[in-house]
Design a protein around this ligand. Sequence first.
Ligand SMILES: Nc1nc2c(ncn2[C@@H]2O[C@H](COP(=O)(O)OP(=O)(O)OP(=O)(O)O)[C@@H](O)[C@H]2O)c(=O)[nH]1
Ligand SMILES: [Mg+2]
Length: 485
Amino acid sequence: MASRFVDRAVIHLAAGSGGNGCASVHREKFKPLGGPDGGNGGGGGDVLLIVDPGVHTLLDFHFRPHARAGSGKPGQGGNRNGAAGETLELRVPDGTVVLTEDGEVLADLIGPGTTFVAAKGGRGGLGNAALASRARKAPGFALLGEDGEERDLVLELRSVADVGLLGFPSAGKSSLISVLSAAKPKIADYPFTTLVPNLGVVTAGDTVFTMADVPGLIPGASEGKGLGLDFLRHIERCAVLVHVIDCATYEQGRDPVSDVDALENELARYTPALGGDLSDRPRVVVLNKIDVPDAAELAEMVRADLEARGLRVFEISTVSRKGLRELTFALGEVVESYRASLPEAEPTKIVLSPRAVDDSGFTVESDPDDPSGYIVRGPRPERWVRQTDFSNDEAVGYLADRLNRLGVEEELARMGAEPGSQVSIGDYRFDWEPSTPGVMTHLAGRGTDPRLENRSRVTASDRKEARRVRRDGEPEAELGENTGD
Ligand SMILES: Nc1nc2c(ncn2[C@@H]2O[C@H](COP(=O)(O)OP(=O)(O)OP(=O)(O)O)[C@@H](O)[C@H]2O)c(=O)[nH]1
Ligand SMILES: [Mg+2]
């Protein structure tokens, strides 16, 4: 069969990069150096996964496993900020579980509209206007935009249904859902007809419940045989498990009791990724195909054996429709009492993001590969390094100021770093040149565009501005210290 199972997909996502900030100096006739006016780069677009009730499989992701959100535009002179990159919204079916490639569950997406930020767009870099401060009146640099996050994720579909039908291939699971609900799944006399779960809505008096027909199970499924685990995933969310047993099979070594044993054995060996335990789910046994005389006889024979195990047993035929009404109402009752036993439902989480919020910490360690080297780790130092244009001395000086303020220099000194020691942060390596804490921030040279150096005395334009402020009450560009954290 050429069909592929489409309830699992590996996807490769790239969020948009942030645009670079702009370093620009305002120019006007008679006022050639009017101050920094470089705008900020736009933020990169996120990649979002959003539950859409109109989407039922992960098929699209098989054909298009790569997705990229839009990048932010660079800032421009005249205080123009770059446009933000476009967010990419990927539509996934209800019940999609998001995992890392190592199998760690990141999110379980249930309920229409539930959204998961799968890859975060890079921040835009601040322009030199936003970087200006009292100590750094006209920065001759801007920050670089950050790369967007790139992630490889696994999507798995776990149907959200009240009742899960399980059974050997060709037992009649799809037939059963087709006679109990409006669902019209493919039914055929070859095994593994069903490759994706079919969902049906069943009405039993006042009770309405959903039923999932899942691919056929064979012994060894829990080790991946047949459709294996692809099948077993779907029952994780089902409140009630129904064994659909083919009483008319002539296959060697099979009979209703050993079929139930085989199914139970696979269930027992399966470890639900979402936690919990399948052994406590209520079970019902359906003996199918009793329109066939031999099957009816066999069903009658094994009923007592199965009931002795505490199982509720129903004899049915999806062809003659015998026993269907009784089965439907019994399932409705089991579903109702299971629902009543559940703790209060958690409200649907609308936006899920697994990332930690606190990014303020950092560590300094000696470099195992370099006896005189040190490695600085931490979200902020690493981000600041990525934002730095190393071809610009002023930008490098600004980075040093930031690291110093965070206490990185102090910690390096405490760890025994000396001038010239190799320090690695993220993908970058530096020769460490310690600055004396407290002194650097007063160095006028750093962070000031050399073209503006003679502005340390009060100029005509300063006086003019002061007059304007007295008149209008508002400075033209009073910029606080903005570090772009
Ligand atoms: N005689 C008889 N045949 C049935 C009955 N129910 C289903 N069948 C037949 O059994 C075969 C398999 O039925 P399906 O409903 O496709 O079985 P399934 O369990 O969904 O099979 P897979 O999807 O392959 O796992 C088909 O040829 C059906 O017509 C029944 O009550 N009586
Ligand atoms: Mg089927």
